[in-house]
Design a protein around this ligand. Sequence first.
Ligand SMILES: [Zn+2]
Length: 399
Amino acid sequence: MNGPELIRQMNRHRVLEAVRRQGPVSRADLAAATGLTRPTISALVAELLAEGWLEEIGPGGSSGGRRPILLRFNPRAYLAIGVELSAAHVRAVLCDLEGQVLARHKERTRGPDPNEALRQVAGAIAAMKAAAPPRSRLAGAGFGITGLVDREQGIWRYSPHYPGPERPVAAELSQACGLPVTVENDARCLALGEYHFGEAKGSPSLIGVRVGNSIGAGMILDGSLYTGTDSGAGELGHVAVAPEGPRCACGRYGCLEAVAAAAAIARSAVRQIAGGRHSRITELVGGRLDEVLGSTVIAAATEGDPLAQEVLAEAGRYLGMAIGNLINLLNPTDVVIGGGTSRAGEFLLGPLREAALARALPYQARRVRIRLATHGEYGVALGAAALVIAPLLAPPAPT
Ligand SMILES: [Zn+2]
């Protein structure tokens, strides 16, 4: 982009931002807010109206004379799709530019075959496309997955749940669905979803912790997503919290994931039931203890089962220990807990918060807010949609 065109694009962005921030405004209000001349405002507004970014609404109040026409941002100028592939589920959303969810979709995955899993993901994207109102414009789809992801290249390098060589999933899905696709690590999607659309919107230092069959952290530090040297940052699941503890899937001992992920929660419950503890869990699986999942433990806890509640509290304390360490290291404002296991709610969050605040130093603990993800188990999917939406609304970059 050359000089004059870059300036024009920057002015256009300023106008759009002013309307988004200030709600219904007149062209005169925009001139005052941006310092741009009235003819420049008129030309940019005409362009943004023609492209559907802005809408004219009825006249506003005025101190005298003709009442001006007001302009507002059209959050449905584009829609976006976000999809999450976890070990157990495909979850998808269709949302507008403000993260308002228009449709959602959830299905169980059919196993560890990555080809089959990606077919399910493509099917979920197709379902969301079909749910879009007539004449909507789809900006694309974001895809959040566990493991090592290279967003720039669109490559899924490694997955703990879907074994296989690295593959260009963004291009594969884009071809299957006929939409641009952006791929990113699931915990980073969770953090981005909260940052753009959640209760922690705009928080400059925010950590999203995704707890499910694996555990990861997405970190927004000083307003930017931190990804590390080789896009490998955020492996909170492999932080040591119990060095004498069980062996983790990664081969090391005492990782957070080995004591607090969904599978570890299920194992801990089964071990205690096998040791003679009575629990509602046994009835929920009809006595087939090898079928106990993290979600079974959550269901039993919700029904008041003491063992299930103890097991979730123990996982919460381990998570809290790791998060307390993160609070000391990074001094975040917001820590948001999402992923499938966050459906345990206060059974997990209460002990987690207590342990985190006990581990954190008083100064760093003072202002931190630790809470459940605003969009619950759809937090990753919505954050994946933010991968597509955020660039549409970002200021133009010089090339
Ligand atoms: Zn590990």
